[in-house]
Design a protein around this ligand. Structure first.
Ligand code: IPE
Ligand code: IPE
Ligand code: MG
Length: 249
């Protein structure tokens, strides 16, 4: 519908976060090893970036590996790290071509050297891209991010003439600058595939007022229609941020 702005376009989230869950169950359902589910899930990552750009979203953050996922069996963790390394290498060309900047959110230092190297290189090679941000949440935990922010804020306060006064004056928006997400837009919409209705330590700070959308589809089966449905759902919601409807105009 060229030339016509749909309700969805008028009310589009700028930053969407996705908890890409259900790879293991997708594989199990087919009698395949869990790792095959992760492989199929990785292919959807390529597509979802394209669909998001087409939809007009500016930032997409994908929960690829949580702090807690380190507790999984060693072979699965190794397979996931290997997959990340291969993905980072193979996607650089298309990201540069599409103007996609790769960013990282999480405890990068905890990643194995080869995966870390490949991902950091991909970030460097796409650093000039400014059409779209793909934020890979790796070894990410929302509680860990807030704890790291608290350590930073304390170091900053101790450097001020009156540390107690500095901390007293700190606002919620001010504290955000000390978080790993300081340079990102606030997350407007969190989508979780796989049917579970929990946040699993994703984007805790922004989850305060993000809209939540839980889908029953397993991540390897996630389609452009699912994204569209989530965006339609988002567009239909009234975000009041504590106010009442009449105040929003
Ligand atoms: C999400 O899929 C991918 C990662 C956590 C890395 P899962 O591996 O959690 O799949 P399920 O939830 O077991 O089906
Ligand atoms: C959340 O999925 C983490 C990622 C998708 C990377 P999990 O499968 O690890 O979450 P839980 O354990 O079901 O809460
Ligand atoms: Mg899971």
């Amino acid at each position: 519908m060229a030339g016509k702005t749909s309700a969805v376009e008028a009310c589009l989230p700028r930053h969407v976060g996705i908890i890409m869950d259900g790879n293991g169950r997708w594989a199990k359902q087919r009698g395949l090893p869990r790792v095959e589910g992760h492989r199929r899930g990785a292919q959807v990552v390529r597509d979802v970036v394209r669909w998001s750009i087409d939809a007009g979203i500016e930032q997409l953050s994908l929960y690829a590996f949580s702090t807690e996922n380190w507790e999984r069996p060693g072979y699965e963790v190794r397979a996931l790290m290997q997959l990340l390394k291969v993905m980072a290498r193979s996607m650089v060309g298309e990201m540069v071509e599409g103007g996609v900047r790769l960013r990282l959110l999480g405890d990068v230092e905890s990643l194995p050297d080869d995966a870390k190297g490949a991902i950091i290189r991909a970030c460097e090679k796409t650093a000039h891209c400014d059409r779209f941000d793909l934020v890979l949440c790796l070894s990410y935990g929302g509680q860990q991010e807030i704890l790291a922010g608290m350590r930073r804020v304390l170091a900053w306060a101790l450097d001020q003439p009156d540390p107690a006064l500095a901390l007293d004056g700190l606002t919620v928006d001010g504290f955000r600058h000390f978080l790993w997400r300081a340079e990102l837009k606030p997350v407007d919409l969190i989508i979780r595939t796989g049917g579970e209705k929990r946040i699993s330590n994703f984007h805790l700070w922004d989850a305060a007022y993000a809209e939540l959308c839980f889908l029953d589809v397993y991540w390897p089966d996630f389609s452009q229609d699912d994204l569209r449905r989530a965006l339609d759902d988002f567009a239909s919601r009234e975000r009041r941020f504590g106010r009442i409807s009449e105040q929003l105009q």
